[in-house]
Design a binder for this molecule. Structure first.
Ligand SMILES: Nc1ncnc2c1ncn2[C@@H]1O[C@H](COP(=O)(O)OP(=O)(O)OP(=O)(O)O)[C@@H](O)[C@H]1O
Ligand SMILES: CC(C)(CO)[C@@H](O)C(=O)NCCC(=O)O
Length: 307
C-alpha cells in the first residue's frame, strides 16, 4: 500500500485480502446466482474487489448511523436513519451503471432487510427538444445539459425521507422517455450513478455530493474507455436491427463503417471533451477510485485516508 497525498494506493493483490476474516467466501452456488444477475462482471472481481468493498460500505453505514444517533441524542429528538447515499462517477461508458447494479445486488444479498434502490442521473438530462432549443445536442452530458435544479430537489427529497420521482432516460431512444419515472421511496440505501455526480452545478450553490455518504469514481485509461464505448455501440446497434422505432435503427441496418465513424466522432467531439473538461477534474473528490484495466478488471484502488 502506497501512501499518497489524501489517498492510500492499494494494488488489487492487497485489497483482496482486506476483511478476509470477516466474511465467508461466496459458495459456487452464490457465485452462479450473482452471475445470472449480472452477466458481464468477472466473478473473480466480485470476490476479490466488490465483496471487500461491500464490507467497507457496511462499516461506513454503521458508523454513519452511530453518528446520526449521537446527533439526535444531542438534540433530544427521535433517532432517524436517512438513506445512505452512494454516488458513482466516471466517464461515459466506463462501466458506472454496471458497477451500480452489481453493488445493488450484492448489498441486497448481504443486507436483506434493507431496501436498496439504484438510479442514474441520465434521466435528468433535458429532453432532446429542449437540448435542441438550447443548441446543446453537441454538448449532451456537459454540465449545462442537465436540469441540475431538478436533480438537487430530487436528492434533497430522498435524503429527507420524501417519496421522489426520477425521470428515465433510454440510450436506444436517445432521449428521456416521456411520462416514465423511477419512484424512490424511503430506501435504506440509494445508489446514484452518473457522469456529473461529483460536479458543482454551475447555477446552484450546493453539490449533489453534499448528500453522499460514500462516493466512488470508476476510472480507466481513455483508449480502453473508448473501446468499451464502441463495443456498447455495437450492442445497441444489434438490438436496434429489428426495431424500426429505435433511434439507431437506420445505422443498424446500414453500413457499419459509417455507423462506427459516427460513434467515433461522437466520442472525439463530445465525450472526450466532456471527460477532460468536466469529469476527470472531479476524480479527487471521490472517497474511492476504482481503476480498471483490460477486460474491465480492477487493477488498483485509491481509498481516501480521511473519513
Ligand atoms: N465489469 C465489467 N465487465 C464487463 N463488461 C463491462 C463491465 N462494466 C461495463 N461493461 C460493459 O462496458 C460498457 C459500458 O458500461 P456501462 O453501460 O455500465 O457504462 P456507464 O459508465 O454506465 O455509461 P453511461 O454513462 O454512458 O451510461 C457496456 O457495454 C457494459 O456491458
Ligand atoms: C447520456 C450520456 C450523456 C451519459 O450516459 C452519454 O451516453 C451520451 O449520450 N453522450 C453524448 C454523446 C453520445 O451520443 O455518446
Amino acid at each position: 500500500m502506497e501512501n499518497r497525498l489524501n489517498y492510500y494506493q492499494i494494488p488489487r493483490e492487497e485489497w483482496r485480502l482486506f476483511y478476509r476474516d470477516h466474511y465467508v467466501p461466496l459458495s459456487s452456488q452464490e457465485l452462479m446466482r450473482i452471475k445470472s444477475l449480472n452477466d458481464v462482471i468477472s466473478l473473480k472481481d466480485v470476490e476479490e474487489i466488490y465483496m471487500p468493498l461491500v464490507h467497507l460500505l457496511g462499516m461506513r453505514m454503521q458508523s454513519r448511523n452511530y453518528a446520526q444517533g449521537k446527533l439526535a441524542d444531542f438534540l433530544g429528538i427521535k433517532h432517524k436513519k436517512p438513506p445512505f447515499i452512494i454516488g458513482i462517477a466516471g466517464s461515459v461508458a466506463v462501466g458506472k451503471s454496471t458497477v451500480a447494479r452489481l453493488l445493488r445486488d450484492l448489498l441486497t444479498d448481504i443486507f436483506p432487510h434493507n431496501k436498496i434502490q439504484q438510479i442514474t442521473t441520465d434521466g435528468f438530462l433535458y429532453p432532446s427538444d429542449e437540448l435542441k432549443k438550447r443548441h446543446l445536442m453537441k454538448r449532451k452530458g456537459f454540465p449545462e445539459s442537465y436540469d441540475m435544479k431538478a436533480l438537487i430537489n430530487f436528492i434533497n427529497d430522498v435524503k429527507n425521507g420524501l417519496t421522489a420521482k426520477a425521470p428515465v432516460y433510454s440510450h436506444s431512444v436517445y432521449d428521456r422517455i416521456p411520462g416514465k419515472y423511477d419512484v424512490i421511496d424511503q430506501p435504506d440505501i440509494l445508489i446514484l450513478e452518473g457522469i456529473n455526480v461529483l460536479q458543482l452545478p454551475s447555477n446552484q450553490q450546493i453539490y449533489i455530493s453534499d448528500f453522499f455518504d460514500f462516493s466512488i469514481y470508476v476510472d480507466a485509461a481513455e483508449p480502453l474507455i473508448k473501446k468499451w464505448y464502441m463495443e456498447r455501440f455495437d450492442l445497441i446497434l444489434d438490438k436496434a436491427k429489428d426495431k424500426p422505432e429505435d433511434y439507431y435503427h437506420a445505422y443498424a441496418i446500414g453500413d457499419r463503417d459509417i455507423a462506427h465513424k459516427m460513434a467515433e466522432d461522437l466520442w472525439n467531439d463530445v465525450n472526450h471533451k466532456n471527460l477532460h473538461s468536466y469529469i476527470l477534474p472531479t476524480r479527487n473528490r471521490a472517497d474511492l477510485i476504482l481503476n480498471k484495466g483490460k477486460n474491465h478488471l480492477v487493477d488498483e484502488l485509491y481509498l481516501r485516508k480521511f473519513v
